[in-house]
Design a protein around this ligand. Structure first.
Ligand SMILES: Cc1cc2nc3c(=O)[nH]c(=O)nc-3n(C[C@H](O)[C@H](O)[C@H](O)COP(=O)(O)O)c2cc1C
Length: 195
């Protein structure tokens, strides 16, 4: 197989772009379908497809944010307006957000960890799919991924778990790279002195 230099260059330099810097335009319907297709083309032991995706776009972005604010306001009636505004705006910066849900469940042969990892692969490949189509993206969880009521409101069924929300849009800033781990710190050779 010949080397794919464009792919290698992408993989060597790829980085996320923070949600605040993801703006319109977002992917159109055909592009989003491709991103979703790329995102779900991942290693998956046993071909279980142990994940589901929830697309939050258009008007639904403000509605989902309003529901998050409602949940917190009910729990804490004294919550200040600024905090509520943060929740209402959770899904507003980027044109589209894809929630990735792990549906991992006990299976006679496939450990749940492997199913969960497959969902993580979906989130990362959605990121790669977005960049492949000329957009930028960011993978975050936030409190509502781990809060049962909020996660259910956003689409998780009982026993399911959000592994993240991939926000996608057109980047409006060039993002500085962050330091990456030195291979010498994280790679050992089995059987050598330092392993
Ligand atoms: C599972 C997971 C959850 C994350 N959740 C958050 C989050 O809630 N808030 C945040 O600021 N960053 C979060 N991040 C980190 C962002 O994705 C961050 O932008 C990322 O580390 C950038 O790495 P990259 O440039 O190599 O893509 C999360 C990352 C992962 C893998």
């Amino acid at each position: 197989m010949p080397a794919n230099t464009a792919l290698r260059e992408y993989l060597l330099t790829r980085r996320s772009v923070g949600i605040a810097f993801l703006k319109e335009p977002g992917p159109d319907a055909a592009e989003l379908e491709q991103i979703l297709t790329i995102g779900t083309r991942v290693p998956d032991h046993g071909k279980l497809a142990p994940w589901r995706l929830v697309v939050i776009e258009g008007e639904a972005r403000a509605q989902a944010g309003a529901r998050l604010a409602e949940i917190l306001a009910r729990r804490n009636p004294n919550l200040d307006e600024a905090s509520l505004a943060v929740e209402r705006e959770r899904f507003l910066p980027a044109p589209v957000t894809i929630g990735v849900i792990s549906t991992a469940a006990p299976h006679p042969k496939i450990p749940e960890l492997e199913q969960l990892l497959s969902a993580g692969n979906v989130a990362f490949n959605l990121l790669n799919g977005a960049f492949a189509l000329g957009y930028a993206a960011s993978w975050v969880t936030r409190w509502y991924a781990f809060d049962a009521e909020a996660a259910a409101m956003l689409g998780a069924n009982k026993g399911e778990q959000f592994v993240g929300f991939v926000h996608i849009g057109t980047p409006v800033a060039v993002i500085e790279d962050r330091p990456r781990p030195a291979l010498a710190d994280i790679v050992t050779r089995w059987g050598s002195q330092d392993a």
